[in-house]
Every structure is written in C-alpha cells, then in structure tokens.
Design a protein around this ligand. Sequence first.
Ligand code: SAH
Length: 202
Amino acid sequence: MIEEQLVGRGIQDPATLQAMRLVPRHLFVEDAMRARAYGDHPLPIGAGQTISQPFIVAFMTEALKLHEDARVLEIGTGSGYQAAVLSRMCRRIYTIERIDSLLSKARKLFDRLHYHNIVSRIDDGTEGWPSEAPFDGIIVTAAGPKIPEPLIEQLADPGIMVIPVGDHYTQELKLINKKNGNISVKTIELVRFVDLIGSHGW
Ligand code: SAH
C-alpha cells in the first residue's frame, strides 16, 4: 500500500507515510473486508458510510502540512482511520461524528491501540467545535454543497482546511489557506465522498 499506492503516486511527506505505516488499517474495516483492507479502494464501514481509499487519506493528510504540535479538527470520524493516522503525527485530534454506532466502534479502537490524543464527540460537525478552536488544520471527510462558515471561522491563522465540495456524486477537493487574515481557496483533486449532513451541509 505505502510503496505502490502512495509513494508511487507522489505522496512525499515523511510524517504522513510513517503514520500510515504505523496504523493497522485492517482493524478499521469490518471483519469480512479484512483481506481487502490495504487495497486501492474505499470500503463500506456500516451505516451506509465508507472508509476512504488509502491514497485519498494520504493526499488529504499531506495537504494539511501539519507539524508535531498541531491541533486538528476532523468532521466525519467514520471508522476512525483518518483520525488515527493524524494522531500519529500531531499533538491532538478532535473528531466529530453524527452516527453513534460508528463513533462507539472507533472509540473502542482508539482505546485498544492507545491512541490517547484523540478526543471525539457525537454532534453536527458542520458547526465545528467552538470551545476548542482555533485549529491548525481542519479536515472534512464528507461532502457538502458549500464550505461551512463556522469551520472557516474556527481555522487558525495560519491554518489549512481540506474539504470536498460539490453535489451528491462528484466533488472538488478544496484547499483553504488562512494566512495574515487572508483566505484563499483552490481545487486540488476531484473526489467522491458520502454526504455531509448538517445545518451547514445537506
Ligand atoms: N474519516 C472517515 C471517513 C468516514 S465517511 C474514516 O477514516 O473512516 C464520512 C463520515 O462523515 C460518516 O461516518 C458520516 O456519518 C459522517 N458525517 C456526515 N455528516 C456529518 C456531520 N455533519 N457531522 C459529523 N459527521 C458527519
């Protein structure tokens, strides 16, 4: 997975590659899917949701340009895999999920793997996590029609956010850069994610 799907396709950030070497992806998929856990595709995780393809996890992680001391907000915990990867490269991860059954499974894994720098809660992540803001990085792993305003506000300066924006079928992965009070937005990839459901989503 690391050599062919990530390095072979241009992922270079040593911290991202190391984190993805460390996290046992097969534990984050359902038992029946275990043999396919390291394949080049997304997989179902229950409740109609999916764990992203390894390349997309790496691409979004690298795009955040994180440092060891960074605090990161993730919207859409899902299986917990993306949060687990981030937790191996920075100080603290705040992750929000709206489906109870998914979050309780992910929490059990975080405990089992001793990933104690991940904090999580059930909520509408499109509102962000105001009491813990600002965040050096924000990663949204579900796609909505627009960039939620509260997330832009809760991004630190400097700070980077990645989020897929589009319709229900295809989206553009947006990179939002906040620096010296300015906000720039650019498209870095075409992607397909499940719906971001909430007051600033669908
Ligand atoms: N990052 C996950 C991918 C999960 S799929 C992983 O590594 O496995 C996207 C997740 O976003 C789904 O679990 C879905 O329930 C969740 N989601 C959708 N809208 C949300 C919202 N407004 N707040 C929090 N989670 C949301």
